[in-house]
Design a protein around this ligand. Structure first.
Ligand code: ATP
Ligand code: MG
Length: 243
């Protein structure tokens, strides 16, 4: 299987605090990989390494076999990603239309193309006709869906989701799972989801990887993770660990 993202022997510390101590992980083309781990284990930091916002102390991150190099070629790697940040991160002072238009305008798309694309994107996330609403008036769940439309607008090859269901009630979480799976099928992306929502991981992941103490301590299909004998994994999966 083709590797979309390859993380090799990643080390990262902030001052005295070691976040990664030799982490290896592969993300395969077309899969949904869920990365689970308790709060503070480094899930968001890992995603930030994938898109080059944070740099490794040592080790490497390859995207389609290409390494970040701190020059212009990095832009072509970054372009492959659509990201749903923890917290949605819409621009409060903009309406829905301008929020979704933002990445398209930055890419230099014409206003005519944008005007055609936005209703289509909103239809994909089940939110037709809300172009004029201000982001600040929308509920958390709706904001996540708008943020998803914005992330997919650039036709990314890889979607990264940071805690997509946090702050969303269980019923709306269910529809968000379906939406993520729908995006996967419709846009043929590769998806990496970091979450402590085990229901999400077991519902939609092709594979699950558990991050703990600076490395990936277990990875496999949802079934393999359920059957994993490791105590830390078991506690986390059964919800017995403090998160
Ligand atoms: N820019 C930074 N500077 C210093 N420390 C940081 C920075 N970013 C993250 N950290 C620290 O690295 C550790 C991992 O943080 P991270 O945000 O990746 O955790 P997480 O697994 O995403 O947690 P949560 O589930 O709560 O979102 C934390 O202890 C955090 O305080
Ligand atoms: Mg986080």
């Amino acid at each position: 299987m083709d590797e979309k993202i390859t993380i090799i022997n990643l080390h990262k510390s902030f001052g005295q605090q070691v976040v990664f101590s030799g982490l290896h992980l592969s993300v395969y083309a077309g899969e949904i990989l869920c990365i689970i781990g308790k709060s503070g284990s480094g899930k968001s930091v890992l995603l930030k390494h994938c898109i080059g916002i944070l740099k490794p102390d040592s080790g490497s991150i390859l995207v389609d076999g290409q390494k970040f190099s701190n020059d212009d070629s990095d832009a072509s790697i970054i372009k492959k990603f659509g990201v749903l940040f923890q917290g949605g991160a819409l621009f409060d002072s903009m309406n829905v239309y301008d929020n979704i238009a933002f990445p398209l305008r930055r890419q230099g798309a014409s206003e005519e193309i944008i005007a055609q694309k936005i209703p289509e994107l909103l239809a994909h996330v089940g939110l037709k006709g809300i172009e004029a609403r201000m982001s600040s008036e929308l509920s958390g769940g709706i904001q996540k869906r708008v943020a998803l439309a914005r992330a997919i607008a650039k036709n990314p090859e890889i979607m990264l989701y940071d805690e997509p269901t946090t702050g969303v009630d269980p019923i709306n979480s269910g529809s968000l799972y379906r939406l993520i799976a729908y995006m996967q099928k419709t846009f043929h992306v590769t998806s990496v989801i970091v979450t402590h929502d085990m229901r999400l991981a077991f519902t939609i992941a092709d594979r699950i990887a558990m991050l703990h103490d600076g490395t990936i301590i277990a990875e496999g299909t949802p079934q393999q993770i359920k059957e994993c004998q490791d105590t830390v994994v078991q506690q986390f999966v059964s919800g017995k660990a403090a998160v």
